[in-house]
Design a protein. Structure first.
Length: 199
């Protein structure tokens, strides 16, 4: 009985250690990228478009853009698409997602930007990391959701002010695909986002 109890306790301790290690590793992976983003935002000598390019070079390795594209269509639509449609959709969606993320970040162009990291949250085998991007009187809350890939921790969704990017896009795409076709959706994605908002 004692040996069984010892084995159970050892397993619990090991499990908690693995969770703690996962949280630390995910947080460190995210921090290394976001701190690089902040340093770019604080550069006064480079133009806005150059900043955006530098930021994407920093953060692209930690994003799983292909998975995010698949998640926005979900099991309802993704499996039935032809390979070329999947590739075209992914290309257009990733471009749109990058533009949206950069637009949120590059609102902050002052010299006092900082990111506050709150305690990582274990959600099954995934890690959620709440952050606040703060600049002067402004604050934007972002929840980064990461999973462990073969290479490293990867972002598969972001909540901005409590609103999931994946859920938002999935809702928009569902509306188009429930009434039309994938070609209709591709056509919309080919349009500038500000044109869609105005229409």
């Amino acid at each position: 009985m004692k040996s069984l109890l010892y084995a159970v306790l050892s397993l619990l301790i090991l499990s908690q250690t693995v969770i703690a290690d996962d949280k630390s590793a995910a947080e460190e992976a995210l921090k290394s990228k976001l701190e690089g983003v902040i340093s770019v935002l604080q550069k006064k000598e480079i133009e806005h478009e150059a900043k955006k390019k530098e930021i994407m070079e920093i953060v692209t390795p930690i994003f799983d853009f292909s998975l995010m594209a698949k998640l926005t269509l979900g099991r309802k639509f993704w499996p039935g698409l032809a390979k070329e449609k999947k590739e075209r959709f992914s290309e257009l969606f990733i471009k749109r997602l990058k533009e949206s993320y950069l637009e949120k970040l590059t609102r902050y162009t002052y010299s006092d930007e900082k990111i506050v990291y709150n305690a990582p949250i274990q959600v099954k085998k995934r890690i959620h990391i709440p952050t606040d991007l703060i600049s002067k009187d402004n604050k934007i809350s972002m929840l980064y959701k990461l999973y462990k890939s073969k290479q490293n921790w990867k972002i598969y969704d972001i909540e901005i002010e409590g609103v999931s990017l994946i859920t938002t896009y999935r809702s928009q795409f569902d509306q188009v695909l429930s009434k039309g076709t994938i070609d209709d959706l591709l056509k919309k994605l080919e349009e500038p986002e500000n044109k869609q908002s105005a229409s």
